[in-house]
Design a protein around this ligand. Structure first.
Ligand SMILES: Cc1cc2nc3c(=O)[nH]c(=O)nc-3n(C[C@H](O)[C@H](O)[C@H](O)COP(=O)(O)O)c2cc1C
Length: 336
């Protein structure tokens, strides 16, 4: 697999499988002298950790990060930063009964076709457990990009926006052993105008690619997004004006903070739809590796997350921070 790295200057490579011994990230290209502590990285991991709400999977991981290199006396040294998070709740046995049956909506069919082998233990590399390494690396990117701040939240579950209805819907999914999709919205504040590159490295393309790399994402829309296709130019255009200090500003922000692939200085706004968790407690039709049609039934006691998006805001923020960190460092190479 040659696709485990993101970034041109702020380069992050992640490694590890869901039920292997550990997950981790190596960051190369982080400038020296950035102050960062293990506790600050830990705080981000706490936000992502499973088992913190009654609607998220009860996998019991402490997710303790260890800094192996690149940080000395609380500051980055310019050397590669290696971060390690041990897997403590691996349950290989739990997957034995279904190891030869294709899990509908999950990764084993395509991994088998591509590599001829599949790590059936919780999805192996395709598991969202991999995102723990991104969140750890993202904590360093967050520090680097300050005062730029990425804030993501779930804004819709199963088409519902009202928190009470969402709670009821999630309870219903748990009772029925089913799952539901959701939308996360991310806003990025204090972005200077000028980040991102035209043509193939547009800021939307970089953010979009980062978002679509998160498991279970189905798309990404910026500003008015898909709704723009129903609007007139006179409704969609953001007119310009001057603020009280005489700076040029958009009077509205339907464009979502990016034009021609370059940040405008307005808040960057995008939304990411997540599909319903593929592992559900209902029996589903499938095929085993010997070519027989068989039912796919999650073994008794398997973890069941009714809505994967509930745990994803910290992942969205981490990926956005990684893209912004890289864009800022790339931008430095253009200006004197
Ligand atoms: C935070 C998070 C947690 C997830 N947990 C599960 C899970 O418990 N069960 C599951 O089937 N899929 C889960 N997924 C989604 C799968 O990893 C994903 O659907 C699978 O790898 C196939 O990839 P794709 O959906 O991107 O095509 C999770 C995704 C995220 C973002």
């Amino acid at each position: 697999m040659g696709s485990n790295r993101i970034g041109k200057v702020f380069q992050v490579t992640t490694f590890g499988e869901s039920h292997g011994c550990a997950m981790g990230a190596v960051i190369d290209g982080c400038p020296s002298g950035l102050e960062i502590t293990e506790e600050e990285i830990q705080m981000e991991l706490e936000r992502r950790r499973p088992g913190l709400s009654r609607h998220t999977s009860p996998r019991k991981e402490r997710d303790r990060v260890e800094i192996l290199s690149g940080i000395f006396e609380g500051k980055t040294t310019g050397a590669p930063i290696a971060l390690l998070i041990k897997n403590e709740d691996g349950r290989r046995d739990a997957y034995e009964p279904i190891k030869d049956i294709l899990r509908p909506g999950h990764a084993n069919y395509t991994y088998l076709k591509k590599y001829g082998i599949f790590d059936y233990r919780g999805g192996g590399r395709a598991s969202a457990r991999e995102t723990v390494a991104r969140v750890a690396a993202g904590a360093i990117a967050r520090k680097l990009i300050a005062p730029i701040v990425c804030k993501a939240k779930v804004i819709e579950v199963g088409g519902e926006k009202d928190p009470k209805r969402i709670d009821e819907l999630l309870d219903q999914m748990v009772t029925e052993g089913d799952s539901i999709g959701a939308v996360i919205e991310c806003e990025i504040y204090n972005v200077p105008a000028g980040l991102g590159d035209p043509i193939y490295d547009k800021l939307e393309a970089q953010l979009g690619s980062a978002m679509l790399s998160i498991p279970a994402t189905r798309g990404v829309e910026f500003g008015e997004g898909f709704h723009a296709a129903k609007m007139k130019g006179s409704m969609h255009n953001d007119e310009y004006g001057l603020d009280e200090k005489g700076n040029i500003r958009s009077l509205t922000n339907r464009h979502g903070g990016i034009l021609a692939g370059i940040s405008t200085g307005e808040v960057i706004v995008f939304r990411v739809p997540f599909k319903p968790t593929s592992s559900i407690k209902k029996s589903q039709k499938s095929v085993d590796l010997s070519g027989h049609e068989v039912p796919f039934i999650l073994p008794e006691g398997s973890r069941h997350d009714p809505c994967v998006a509930l745990r994803a805001p910290s992942i969205v923020e981490a990926m956005a921070s990684l893209v912004l960190a890289d864009s800022l460092l790339v931008q430095k190479s253009y200006t004197r």
